[in-house]
Design a protein around this ligand. Structure first.
Ligand code: FAD
Length: 389
């Protein structure tokens, strides 16, 4: 068993830390958060320094880096905030899905321009009536000559309104099929006629703004369908393990920063003639925070190792996601408490960390859904024995 990193991995961590310290300053992040704006300048830097290309095959211009390297990068970006990790991770997850399921022509058409920074990707599965039960979506795509025509309404499509974005949109190509079946995946440029994209204002995660989408006879060429017709569910599920591991790494990065910031404050803020960190109530809170973040770190790295080995252990991956998000939320609440009024004020980043943390137990599979997965792996029937037909 080896808990260490290689020299190359340490160098990679330092590179990302340097880029993020220089470019993602508190002022820059505060402005983006306030304006609900995508970090275009930072994204360009990720393209320029090769960080975006890191997990892609070399024949497509990538670096073919391992899962652990990807996790290191995401954790370091997450140190500046979980919210700023999404503009890095989400486009990559979608692009990797295209690499897994696209044709040679589609890789040329979509992945090369993506790695050059010319186009970006977002994902749209959810609908107002189809959240945790994403397979219940009702947006339709009907073949018409060499095109598909899409109609319906999507909800929570984060990043769909960002410049030069192709929305990875799932729609029903067989409306008679039961929930979860008869779905297909389409890449739709976000300036396609018939699309109406509106920002949805949220408590946090504003640097990859989420949106609602209305589709009114949106025409998409059939060559923009990724994978076979009606095979969308398999595509939606593939890559989920990597996504959960990388997402857990971003929670970890942000949770580490929360502990660092709260600790620094506890050491310098004096009340009753002493640093507040010398009061046992505060010191023990910090001891607990540090301990749970270390536990989250081990679960995340273990999950990364499992995925790297090709061991698809859904239980442990869900445990990393569940514990990582709930730990992040717990330490952010405690961090804000330790900083008192300064934590609650918009002058310090602690409130942004807490707002981001509140979303992590809802997105990428809610905590309840992670517990369903874990309970199922324990041989339980947490659905009360019911199965949808
Ligand atoms: C900020 C933000 C960004 C998002 N970005 C995207 C995106 O880019 N693309 C996209 O497609 N979607 C996105 N989503 C949607 C997200 O995936 C859903 O919000 C999530 O899956 C939960 O669905 P819901 O909100 O409809 O809640 P519901 O599914 O209605 O759940 C409500 C509550 O019921 C619980 N619940 C539901 N089913 C069960 C069950 N079987 N057992 C126990 N409890 C259950 C849930 O855990 C939750 O507590 C985003 C959401 C948010 C808030």
């Amino acid at each position: 068993m080896d808990f260490g990193f290689t020299e190359e991995q340490d160098d990679l961590r330092q590179l990302v830390r340097d880029i993020m310290t220089k470019r993602a300053t508190d002022d820059y992040l505060r402005e983006l958060d306030e304006a609900s704006e995508f970090p275009y300048e930072l994204y360009d830097e990720w393209v320029k320094t090769g960080l975006l290309a890191l997990p892609f095959p070399t024949e497509l211009g990538g670096d073919a880096a391992g899962i652990m390297e990807f996790v290191i990068v995401v954790e370091e970006i997450g140190r500046r905030g979980y919210d700023v990790s999404l503009p890095y991770c989400a486009p990559i997850f979608n692009a990797l899905n295209i690499v897994r399921h696209g044709t040679v022509e589609q890789l040329e058409m979509f992945i090369r321009p993506f790695l050059a920074g010319d186009i970006r990707f977002s994902i749209s599965m959810s609908e107002a009536e189809a959240g945790s039960d994403a397979g219940a979506m009702r947006t339709t795509a009907v073949r018409n000559g060499s095109d598909y025509v899409l109609n319906g309404a999507k909800m929570w499509a984060s990043g769909a309104g960002v410049k030069d974005t192709y929305i990875n949109l799932y729609a029903k190509t067989d409306p008679e099929a039961p929930a979860g079946k008869g779905l297909s995946l389409f890449l739709i440029p976000n300036d396609t006629p018939g699309l109406e994209i509106n920002k949805v204002h949220t408590l946090g995660r504003r640097m990859f703004p989420t949106t609602s989408i209305f589709l009114d006879n949106v025409r998409v060429p059939a060559e923009n369908r990724i994978g076979g017709e009606n095979e969308g569910w398999t595509m939606m599920m593939s890559g989920l393990e990597l996504e959960r591991v990388a997402t857990s790494a971003a929670y970890l990065g942000n949770a580490l920063t929360v502990v660092e910031e709260a600790l620094a404050y506890a050491k310098t803020r004096e009340q009753f003639g002493s640093p507040i960190g010398s009061f046992q109530a505060i010191a023990h809170m910090l001891a607990d925070m540090d301990t749970s973040v270390e536990a989250a770190r081990l679960l995340t790295y273990q999950a990364a190792w499992l995925v790297e080995q090709g061991i698809g252990d859904r239980k442990r991956i869900s445990q990393a996601k569940l514990f990582g998000s709930e730990t992040f939320l717990d330490v952010a609440q405690k961090g804000l408490q330790i900083m008192g009024g300064m934590g609650y004020s918009m002058e310090t980043p602690m409130q942004r960390h807490l707002r981001a943390a509140l979303g992590t137990t809802i997105t990428a599979g809610t905590s309840q859904i992670q517990r369903q997965t874990i309970a199922g792996a324990l041989g339980l029937r947490p659905d009360g024995g019911r199965r949808r037909g």
